[in-house]
Write a protein that binds this ligand. Structure first.
Ligand SMILES: Cc1ncc(COP(=O)(O)O)c(C=O)c1O
Length: 406
């Protein structure tokens, strides 16, 4: 059963007459639909959508309050690509991160979260019939955005043993119609942190086959176990074919402020900006002030978020280890998700997640939402508090002890 049919069954009717083919063929991702279903079920605990439990740090909130009191322009549109001081602060930070000069005036556009940055980037380079290579499993919204651009998602399985890139499989998937490759690293939904050597090889493939790379860097700050994080943006040879999208959402606990940015060459950015202008005009000005305060303020909050999430990852793994007859998983090295493979022959991931929701009152995301290789898994987010994680696993354990799959 799909999320859509579950919603139809629950009384939400879909009318399709007059609706464009472009829109008919996409759906709201299961990541966003499962919480809607959960609100209908009531009293659910969530391991579903990736909303970290932390409040926005106080110094960011205070800075925005000061701006609201003192700056009459804060309620007005900013320049389309964003406030110049924010673009420059972003460029300075990014340049330090990737070890190359970044020009805030020509290579950065502030967007309505990474989500708008991704959609604008995909619409800029993908046209009808273009093949776009996506790892499978992969972030569900990348799939819908490619379909919205009338591109064709080509799923390339990650290695199931460690969810690392399978370069041979990528090579085989490339055809004369291949246009772009979309990769998020650290990876949602598997928690993989892709190796620098594999990413360098991927870059060589992109150059050899004239592909764009859209690099989703939403979790660039979030790797565990003292591992290095390698970003494709560090490779100058990709300059003309690289679009990278970033987010303030998770790094500074700002999911609701809706602010992110896109980094690309001036030439590419000029085109991306046309979509940004048509879709959003500019990112919310107050949120841009919040982002500026985040960049200019103390960075201890980022370390605190990282170490709290590492502890939650370890807790999630410990709780899963107590249910080894039902679940197996690859330990996440980054982001705050894991794909739990379940043992319930003949039960698809949608049915598994819906039964967990209705019978155990725990929200998870069916793995199939992330591409064909997500089937037989559920995605668990450990962004919630330790209490929530304990409560969710207590409920799952009680549910399993009732022998739900006799
Ligand atoms: C991989 C990935 N990309 C993009 C986004 C969207 O980020 P934003 O809140 O900045 O739009 C998310 C949110 O969960 C994500 O997991």
């Amino acid at each position: 059963m799909s999320v859509r049919s579950a919603l139809v069954a629950s009384g939400k009717i879909y009318q399709t007459r007059g609706i464009s083919q472009r829109v008919k063929q996409i759906s709201i991702s299961a990541i966003k639909e499962m919480p809607i279903l959960a609100s209908q079920v009531g009293d659910c605990v969530s391991l579903g959508q990736g909303i970290p439990s932390f409040p926005t740090p106080n110094h960011i909130v205070e800075a925005v309050c000061r701006v609201m009191r003192n700056d009459p322009d804060c309620g007005k549109y900013s320049l389309g690509p964003g406030m110049p001081q924010l673009r420059r602060a972003v460029a300075e930070r990014l340049s330090g991160q990737i070890g190359r000069a970044v020009d805030g005036d020509t290579q950065i556009c502030i967007t309505v979260g990474a989500m708008e940055a991704l959609l604008a980037s995909i619409l800029t380079v993908v046209e009808r019939g273009d093949e776009v290579i996506l790892p499978s499993p992969n972030y569900a919204s990348h799939i819908e955005q490619v379909l919205l651009a009338e591109g064709v998602p080509i799923f390339v399985p990650l290695q199931p043993g460690d969810w690392q890139l399978d370069l041979e499989a990528v090579r085989t998937a490339i055809t004369p119609r291949s246009k772009a490759l979309i990769l998020c690293n650290p990876h949602n939904p598997t928690g993989a942190n892709f190796s620098a050597s594999a990413l360098r090889e991927l870059a060589e493939l992109a150059i050899a086959h004239d592909l764009f790379i859209i690099s989703d860097e939403t979790y660039d700050f979030l790797v565990y176990d003292d591992q290095p994080h390698f970003s494709l943006t560090a490779l100058p040879e990709l300059q003309d074919r690289m679009i990278a999208t970033f987010s303030f959402s998770k790094k500074y606990a700002m999911t609701g402020w809706r602010v992110g940015f896109v980094y690309a060459s001036e030439v590419l950015l000029d085109h991306i900006m046309k979509i940004h202008d048509a879709a959003a005009i500019c990112a919310p000005t107050l949120s841009q002030h919040a982002a500026l305060a985040a960049l200019q303020g103390p960075q201890g909050c980022v370390d605190e978020i990282r170490s709290a999430l590492r502890a939650r990852r370890d807790l999630t793994c410990r709780r899963l280890d107590r249910m080894q007859q039902m679940f197996s998983y690859v330990k996440p090295r980054g982001a705050y998700y894991l794909m739990a493979r379940y043992q319930a022959p003949g039960v698809d991931s949608m049915e598994f997640a819906l039964r967990l929701l209705r019978e155990a009152r725990v929200t998870t995301i069916p793995g199939a939402a992330f591409g064909p290789d997500g089937e037989s898994h559920i995605r668990l987010s450990f962004g919630g508090s330790e209490e929530e994680i304990h409560e969710a696993f207590d409920r799952i354990e009680r549910w399993l002890s009732s022998d739900p799959f006799p």
